[in-house]
Structures are given as structure tokens and as C-alpha cells.
Design a protein around this ligand. Sequence first.
Ligand SMILES: Cc1ncc(C[n+]2csc(CCOP(=O)(O)OP(=O)(O)O)c2C)c(N)n1
Ligand SMILES: [Mg+2]
Length: 268
Amino acid sequence: MDLKAKTKEIRRLTLSCIASIGVGHVGGCMSIAEVLSVLYSKHMRIDPTNPGKLGRDRLVLSKGHAGPALYATLASFGYFDKKELLTLNKLGTSLPSHCNMQLTPGVDMTAGSLGQGISCGVGLALGSKLSKDGARIYVIVGDGECQEGQVWEAAMFAAHKKLDNLTVFVDNNKMQIDGLTKYIVNIENIADKWRAFGFEVIQVNGHDEDAIDKAITKAKTVADKPTCIILDTIKGHGVSIFEKMGFANHSCPVTVEQLEVSLKELED
Ligand SMILES: Cc1ncc(C[n+]2csc(CCOP(=O)(O)OP(=O)(O)O)c2C)c(N)n1
Ligand SMILES: [Mg+2]
């Protein structure tokens, strides 16, 4: 399956997953479909038949409220049956709305309290360096999440430890729960900030799979410092009903009718 088809599949499965419970974080799930598609198709050294394999690459979805997008990706890559996606957040499910590494095969870190996932990712990267297992650690943070002080504490430590096996993606969708990031606490210039904290910084269109692929490939060649890839994205991208809502798509209902229309839009 080519990358664009994989991205569409991830969006279809994500929306079906959220629609199964009728409400969820549509916007922030849709904005990371491309990066998940590229990471799992081309870069993660993993084995879906052995999710806990030692020395594997790890993904920490620090913006853990986007769990359904990661679940859709994991199902699409064979970690579990796609039918399980329809159990989201229901009693007894292995798929809670926010990521839980103890419940879901393939989820490498529990997350949901914004700011904390990146610290866990930095710890994983340091652990990998110490054990020399050759793993690469990928972390996805939200732009609103970058308002958390803990993000910068983790960033400073990662650069200090020269963690060149760490790649942090910022999902720069310019929106958070209550509105536009620039009106809540402006994070710009976000590229300069990460650079000042000692990261190699690459900024790309977060809906362009080839650009993301090239950026990750470049990150693997950077020595002695971590890389931050800023993904310029649109919250709700790919599903116009939800994209049009603006920041109201952060967490919103998904009706059967909206699902039907969106699945048509996402057909190959
Ligand atoms: C520490 C903490 N504070 C508040 C929340 C509630 N919350 C969940 S998502 C969100 C907005 C996050 O915005 P952003 O990081 O930009 O995520 P995205 O736009 O990708 O959905 C907030 C405030 C939380 N999960 N954790
Ligand atoms: Mg955001």
C-alpha cells in the first residue's frame, strides 16, 4: 500500500473508532495521520507479532488524547484485529481514549497528562543509549502541549545528554482545546525555541508524506543532538465536516451520517 493510501486508511479507521462511541478527539487525531503513516510504513523497527521486543524503536504519543489515531495505525499494521477499534473506551476494552501501555499491544507509553510523555521519551532514549540497543525513540507532542514547562525541562535534558536517537515531532496545528494557540499562550517562534534548546530543527508540511519521510531520514544522520520535526498541520485535516469546525473539532460528536460522508471523502 502506498503512503497516501495508508494515511487514508488510518483516517478511515480512526473515525470509525471514534464514531463507535459517538464522541472523541477528531481534530488532533486527523492532524497526525501522515506522520503515523510514514513512521510505521517506513521507519519504525518493530515486530507486530512481538510488541514488547527488546531493542525495538518506540513511539510515545505524548498528546495521548489522540489515542484512536495510534490504535488505527497499530490495527492497520497487524497488532490487533481492526474490529477491536469499535470497542473504544467501552467497558473491558483494551483501547481507552488515552494511551495506556498496560492495555494495548504496541502502545509504548501511557500518556494523557500533557507534558509528561516527552519526559518518558527522553528517558527511553537515554536508556537506549546506555544499553546500546540501537533503538530510536519518536515522540509526538501537541503545539498547545508545548505550553507545559515540563516539555522544556525534557528538551533541555535531551540536548544535554546528546540524545541523537530522539526525534520529537510537534503537531503544529495552531489550535488547542479552547481556541487558537496564539491567543491562549503564543508559542511562536516554535522553531527558534527548539533550536535554542539544542535541537536540530526541521519544519515541514505535516500533510506531505514525502517531506516527513525525508525529515525523518535526515534526523537519523544528525549526530550528538536530538532532532525536532515541526509538522505544520491543520486540525481535522482530511475530513471536511470536521476541519470546517475549527477548534470545536478538538473533542466532538461523530454521528453515523457524518461518518458515512467522511468515509466517502476518504475513499481511495
Ligand atoms: C496536564 C494536562 N492539562 C490539561 C489537559 C486537558 N487537555 C487535553 S487535550 C488539551 C489541548 C491540547 O492541545 P494540543 O497540545 O495543541 O493538542 P491537539 O491540538 O493536537 O489536539 C487539553 C488542555 C491534559 N490532558 N493534560
Ligand atoms: Mg494543537
